[in-house]
Design a protein around this ligand. Structure first.
Ligand SMILES: [Zn+2]
Length: 446
């Protein structure tokens, strides 16, 4: 008997709509009601879903569908928490979960409660038909991703490491469809940049603001900020970015196809990048081709008439796979060669992460996608930010960001709604993702 996909769509809409109504804004988080809500659907099917509390009101949910063979699990991951919403700037309230013109509205409909629903419904469909997977399929919903994962995936690795062992993870951060030329190109997030946050402290001669002198630390710091913000690190090719650029270029006609490939050429990369008309695309491409340095926090004097003896600024530096913090420090020191009287410290760092785009799971995602959308092409992408996938990749688990959605005509508008206003997702995308995941899991784990 075939599946009634219209009915599945109705079910997915209803589950998402009610999930959006549970406010899990982080901070403070309060994901526990979200975890109980998801647990109720799993328990209805007789599945052993455990809620694990990392802190009062911070909940994580774990549920395994047992495999028949002794293979390492595949985890379906998403995070329960969402970022705050400026309700007064939305056309429809952010916690309404309303279905309007075929779209579900609300904070989390894109990032990433919808993924949680797609994974849940695919999981429920398999359970209802008595599917016996070869490997464990784990449904995992976690807390705290939006503020770093300390009480979510980070906590689970610390406190329940045996539950986190897996060969594969499917998570957020990819699956976005774009109409490019004659094709529908879908991203599969295989890599994420890391961070290396720096603080630079400048020293100088203190004094009275009424008497100018040449050793004012604020002035030295301002020059250093200018130097760092106008600096572009050199091109650094990675497996993911190479495949991504080539994959997009192949869908363009000449001379655009040729130009795009020059982004990977150290001689022409910068000049091609500068000529990309779309500012959002230019920024994104630039950020996956090199390490970036963005000055953010500045702390200087306290009083208008006092020249301070010390001041500092912080740099949000994002690093590519294979880059070590010490390499970044050396790069900044070289850049600030003429500058004296400053110290540099690393405030926080975590490495970039990358999973190979050539294994059995990648190929199965590609194959299933092709079956549901014959015009599709999947390409690996790198995220400039970070998701919980990094915790898994650190342990050698292959993690892909993949929530397939109906191709968008306006990518920057779609991306702008993530963490922005009027976040929403079409019911068709919800169904497309559910169906693809269900079919893929059946083939890959059956
Ligand atoms: Zn997210």
């Amino acid at each position: 008997m075939g599946i009634d996909w219209e009915k599945v769509k109705e079910e997915a809409i209803q589950i998402l709509s009610d999930y959006i109504k549970i406010d899990t804004t982080n901070p403070p988080g309060k994901e526990l009601p979200g975890a109980f809500y998801l647990q109720s659907f799993l328990q209805k099917e007789g599945l052993p879903a455990m809620v694990l509390e990392s802190q009062p009101e911070r909940g994580n949910l774990f549920c395994a569908m047992k495999g028949t063979d002794n293979l390492s699990p595949l985890i379906l991951l998403h995070h329960i928490d969402v970022v705050p919403a400026e309700a007064e700037k939305w056309k429809n309230p952010p916690y309404s979960g309303a279905l309007i013109d075929g779209e579900v509205w609300g904070r989390g409909t894109q990032d990433c409660k919808s993924l949680g629903v797609i994974e849940l419904v695919a999981f429920l469909l398999l359970a209802r038909e008595g599917f016996k997977p070869k490997r464990d399929i784990v449904y995992l919903a976690t807390a705290d991703e939006e503020t770093g994962g300390k009480w979510g995936v980070g906590w689970l690795f610390q406190n329940h490491p045996q539950l986190m062992k897996a060969d594969y993870v499917i998570n957020e951060g990819g699956g976005i469809g774009m109409a490019v030329g004659q094709r529908n190109v879908y991203t599969c997030q295989t890599a994420e940049k890391g961070i290396c946050w720096l603080k630079l402290t400048f020293r100088g001669k203190p004094g009275h603001g009424s008497v100018p002198h040449d050793d004012n630390c604020v002035v030295k710091m301002a020059k250093a900020i200018d130097k760092i913000s106008s600096y572009r690190s050199s091109l650094r090719r990675t497996l993911t970015t190479e495949k991504f650029i080539k994959g997009i270029a192949e869908e363009q006609s000449f001379p655009r196809s040729f130009m795009l490939k020059q982004l990977l050429n150290p001689l022409f990369s910068r000049s091609v990048e500068k000529r990309i008309p779309d500012a959002g695309l230019k920024g994104m491409l630039g950020a996956i081709l090199r390490n970036t340095f963005v000055p953010t926090v500045v702390q200087a004097g306290q009083k208008t008439n006092v020249i301070p003896s010390e001041c500092s600024f912080q740099v949000d530096c994002r690093i590519l796979p294979g880059v070590e913090p010490e390499m970044i420090k050396a790069e900044v020191r070289e850049l600030l060669g003429d500058f004296r009287d400053y110290d540099m410290e690393i405030l926080q760092t975590s490495p970039a992460s990358e999973s190979p785009a050539n294994n059995a799971l990648y190929q199965m995602l590609e194959k299933t996608l092709k079956r549901l959308d014959p015009k599709s092409k999947m390409i690996p992408t790198m995220l400039t930010g970070a998701t919980d996938s990094r915790f898994f990749r650190e342990k050698g688990t292959v993690a892909y960001g993949f929530q397939p959605m109906i191709p968008t005509q306006n990518l920057s508008e779609y991306l702008g709604r993530v963490h922005g206003h009027d976040e929403r997702l079409s019911a068709e995308s919800l169904l497309f993702g559910t169906r693809l995941l269900y079919e893929m899991l059946k083939d890959f784990c059956g």
